[in-house]
Design a protein around this ligand. Structure first.
Ligand code: ADP
Ligand code: MG
Ligand code: MG
Length: 896
């Protein structure tokens, strides 16, 4: 059987449905579903050409598969029959829209053409048939504009310039004020300009128009905007088959004051509140609301103007939520008092809204807790941890204007007026606030780097608002008090602000403040606390069997933290332990640094020990505070890791002299020391436990500091669980020897303090060899911690400090799918971890395994760690909430 390329919808039925999202695209699938029983919503009929055609189109070098044209003819005839009109008919033309839609919604990324089928004769027929000449000419001028711009690449501004020119004749402000003659004039000027630009007349044959539009939609799949969007949103090229094309009968919101068009959300996408909200523009066509050209009115306006339609819409809101079990974003049009549904999809939402809706919908029994946990993207949680304006600072701040609260969070920066400026300034390290009349898809790169976005027109569903919410960038839009004076100046209520001046916006309230207003970090409470509590529950109850046949229960989130402040943050964000406490940072401030440097340049062991003894009390104090802050949760302390030359930096002669003076040695002696410490490849040099093999006293001092700090807490009755971790292990003999030395130190402290402390002593696994001999290492190690930064470095042979030069090319050419330092590679380091797990646990059944590399905060890597049977992941304190959720999602998805 030949592949079916085209699917019909409308008239209470459809031959596809939502299960065909991959083929019909989100838009096409949902149109079919809405049209079909049991929903049977009023959807104008149409047909959808599948994403398979898009895939073929590119495979065949931008040609359509054989048989498509015939199939389209069949469905066009079906559509014409359903509507009782014919495409291209001069008396009563069928007009259609040609719309794009991939399986994942990519708002505003691909272009829709409306009113297709009009030409010089059909426009007269339409006018006569509808008895509305103005409407017919307005539709025609819109069509020429969209077709010219979207399908034929004629610059949008050229059309706008003509409109402005004609408006200027009578000094008109708004498009709806244009009369029939002016619209006719616009059409004439459009066509002339089109001919000049394209070297041919505007196409009059409706079928030529239709295929031109279909080709443009398929072509738009690979336009730079769409590619950029996919890149920004981590949608891999090839992950989707492409876009589908839906051709559907037009309905008209621009037929006068009983018509209109709108967008609505079944819940507030900004706050998550269970209120119906949306925007409505009377006497307007679809694009007008989304493009932010006119600032629309609230839904309550529709309620006043046409309570019956409003009531019908409210019922549809409830039915669609019940059907999709999720918040819906809906497009509708009212044509002379009759309601039509043009689109529905699961609505985009802010992080805060996502969490609130998930929690509310569980209470409403619309979804289960597990479904709720899958509703929030881990990265979205970052938005809830967004800085908020400091309440005290706000009291003193000068509010200069207010717009719509389109995307929450506080943003403060120097104002710039173009996306290019935003990019350029951000590159220089400046914090910018992007101020625009409205934004368009071309502005995406600039929006991505801005601290916040402020627009003067457009509503909560405008491009700026939708994109900002997706990015988690604070946004205030429709702020009419902002006017643009010239390229470098805006005026707000009579006062000028120049490019580079500071403004602050509060995306939660819509307020705009002069200058820089102080911001405060957020906390975990309310719905977020409930939500993350569910995530913790799911992880705690989880259990899986690893490839080696081990049954592992639970999956914890720890944090990496080196300071008492980090430990407090980690605890506050819900970490169940510290997976990596680096001790080297503790040496970087005075007087520890000097003592440590003296230790390094010491002539003999005695001098080294004397200097180490000076550092001991400082380290002890740091350890004491960190362990205390974690209130009995495990704290994994890594013994000294970096090469010693990092502490002795003397690039110039002057620096050398100064350092020698400080350390009280001769410059020549110091110079010799510096030269001796110099390494060609410090990453693979004298570092980690190799230091302890040559200078055992360093680790002995650290272990003593740990033991004494713990002993002190023990006596104070404070809970503690401390683990000692040895870095850069390549041989089990290293662990055996260092463990022996550490245990001797601990025994001494126990004896002296009268305590009975025991410490788990474990090994890092950061080199292939360590993983391969994990069974031997496990004989001497109580736990493993995978240092996946080094493990990725040494498995790939990519230096993390140098790979920036080539990684982009590797990703662009798809030699690698992911940056191995951002996402743990399952085939390289992941495979080694699997070996280490199996070998390690073959010796110690309950060997505790964790990860402390950067990957511990990356959702895909977290899922891999779960699968590999790790007991915990550890990440930076601010990513802990995200990891708590990502871990739970890994558990839920693994069950399916
Ligand atoms: P996008 O994916 O950018 O939202 P859409 O395909 O949804 O693009 O179309 C853009 C606008 O045109 C929307 O407001 C939509 O409701 C409107 N529209 C699309 N098809 C029709 C139609 N057949 N009749 C009336 N309006 C339409
Ligand atoms: Mg749409
Ligand atoms: Mg390392």
């Amino acid at each position: 059987m030949a592949t079916k390329y085209v699917y019909f919808f409308g008239n209470g039925d459809a031959d596809g449905d939502e299960s065909m999202r991959a083929e019909l695209g989100g838009k096409g699938a949902n149109l079919a579903q809405m049209a079909k029983k049991p929903l049977s919503l009023p959807v104008p009929p149409g047909f959808t050409i599948t994403t398979d055609v898009c895939q073929e189109f590119y495979k065949l070098g931008r040609k359509y598969p054989a048989g498509l044209a015939k199939e389209v003819d069949v469905y066009l005839a079906k559509l014409e029959a359903a509507m009782g009109k014919k495409l291209g008919d001069e008396k009563d033309p069928l007009l259609v829209s040609v719309r794009s839609g991939a399986a994942i919604s990519m708002p505003g990324m691909m272009d829709t053409i409306l009113n297709l089928g009009l030409n010089d004769k059909a426009v007269l027929g339409l006018a006569a048939k509808t008895g509305n000449e103005r409407f017919a000419w307005d539709a025609y001028r819109r069509f020429i504009q969209m077709y010219g711009d979207v399908a034929m690449g004629v610059d949008h501004d050229k059309f706008e310039a003509i409109i402005d020119e004609v408006k200027a004749i009578r000094g008109i402000k708004d498009d709806p004020e244009l009369n029939v003659d002016e619209l006719k004039l616009i059409v004439e000027k459009y066509k002339k300009m089109y001919k000049k630009e394209k070297g041919e007349d505007f196409p009059q044959d409706a079928k030529v128009q239709m295929w031109g539009a279909i080709g443009a939609v398929f072509g738009s799949w690979m336009n730079p905007r769409a590619i950029k969007y996919r890149k920004l949103n981590n949608i891999k090229e090839g992950a989707l088959k492409g876009t589908a094309v839906s051709v559907m009968a037009m309905v008209f919101g621009n037929k006068g004051n009983t018509s209109g068009t709108g967008v609505c959300f079944s819940r507030d996408p900004s706050t998550g509140e269970n209120v119906f909200m949306g925007e409505y523009l009377m006497n307007a066509q679809g694009e007008d609301v989304v493009a932010g050209i006119r600032t629309p009115q609230k839904l309550s306006q529709l309620e006043k103007e046409n309570p019956k339609v409003y009531d019908q819409l409210c019922k549809i809101r409830a039915r669609l939520e019940k059907h999709y079990h999720d918040m819906q974003d809906m497009e509708f049009t009212v044509e002379e008092g009759k309601l039509y549904m043009l689109q529905c999809r699961n609505g985009k939402r802010t992080g805060a809204a996502a969490v609130k809706m998930a929690v509310d919908m569980v209470a409403e029994k619309l979804i289960t807790k597990e479904q709720a946990l899958l509703r929030v993207e881990p990265e979205q949680l970052n938005q809830l941890l967004l800085p908020q304006l400091d309440k005290e600072a706000v009291k003193k701040a000068t509010e200069i204007a207010a717009g719509l609260n389109a995307s929450p969070g506080a943003g403060c920066g120097q104002i710039v007026f173009t996306a290019d400026e935003a990019e350029a300034w951000a590159k220089e390290g400046k914090k910018v606030l992007l101020v625009r009349k409205e934004t368009s898809p071309d502005d995406i790169a600039g929006m991505a780097v801005a601290q916040g976005i402020l627009t003067s027109t457009g509503g909560r569903t405008s491009h700026a608002a939708v994109v900002a919410r997706g990015m988690g960038t604070p946004c205030v839009c429709g702020c009419a008090d902002v006017t643009f004076k010239d390229a470098n100046t805006i005026v707000v209520k009579g006062k000028s602000y120049k490019k580079g001046d500071f403004l602050t916006i509060d995306g939660a309230t819509g307020k705009v403040y002069e200058g820089q207003v102080a911001v405060k970090p957020a906390t975990i409470s309310g719905d977020l606390e409930t939500f993350l509590g569910w995530a913790d529950e799911v992880r705690a109850k989880s259990s899986r069997t690893t490839a080696s046949g081990q049954k592992v229960k639970g999956f914890d989130v720890f944090a990496n933290g080196d300071t008492p402040k980090n430990a407090e943050d980690a605890f506050r964000f819900g970490a169940k332990g510290i997976g990596l406490c680096r001790t080297e940072h503790m040496f970087f401030d005075e007087p520890k640094l000097t003592a440590f440097q003296k230790m390094i340049v010491s002539e003999d062991t005695e001098a080294r020990k004397a200097n180490l003894a000076k550092i001991l009390p400082y380290q002890q104090k740091d350890f004491y505070e960190i362990i205390k802050a974690m209130k009995g949760y495990p704290v994994t302390i890594r013994l000294l890791d970096p090469p010693l030359n990092e502490f002795i930096q003397a690039e110039s002669k002057d620096q050398l002299k100064a350092l020698a003076e400080k350390l009280d040695i001769k410059p020549a002696v110091l110079a010799a020391k510096v030269a001796a410490l110099d390494e060609h490849n410090p990453m693979l040099g004298h570092r980690g436990c190799r230091l302890a093999i040559t200078y055992p006293e360093i680790y002995e001092m650290q272990v003593e500091a740990i033991a004494r700090a713990t002993a002190k807490l023990d006596k104070e009755g404070v809970a503690h669980e401390v683990q000692i971790m040895i870095p850069n292990v390549v041989s089990y003999r290293e662990v055996e020897q260092i463990r022996g030395q550490a245990e001797a130190v601990i025994a001494n402290v126990n004896k002296e303090c009268g305590t009975n402390l025991k410490f788990a002593i474990g090994s890092m696994v950061e080199f292939p060899r360590t993983a391969l001999i994990a069974d031997k290492v496990a004989q001497f190690a109580d736990f493993f911690s995978f240092g996946t930064n080094d493990l990725s470095q040494t498995t790939f042979g990519f230096s993390r400090d140098d790979y920036g030069k080539f990684i982009e090319s590797y990703l662009d050419q798809r030699i690698l799918e992911d940056d191995p330092f951002a996402t743990l590679d399952p085939d390289g380091p992941g495979a080694l971890m699997e070996i280490a797990e199996a070998k390690g646990r073959s010796v110690k059944k309950n060997l505790h395994l964790g990860i402390c590399g950067e990957h511990g905060g990356d959702p895909a890597s977290i899922a891999l760690c779960y699968k590999l049977g790790l007991n915990y992941v550890s990440c930076s304190p601010f990513r802990v909430p995200l990891a708590r959720l990502a871990g739970a999602q890994a558990v839920i998805k693994a069950k399916k």
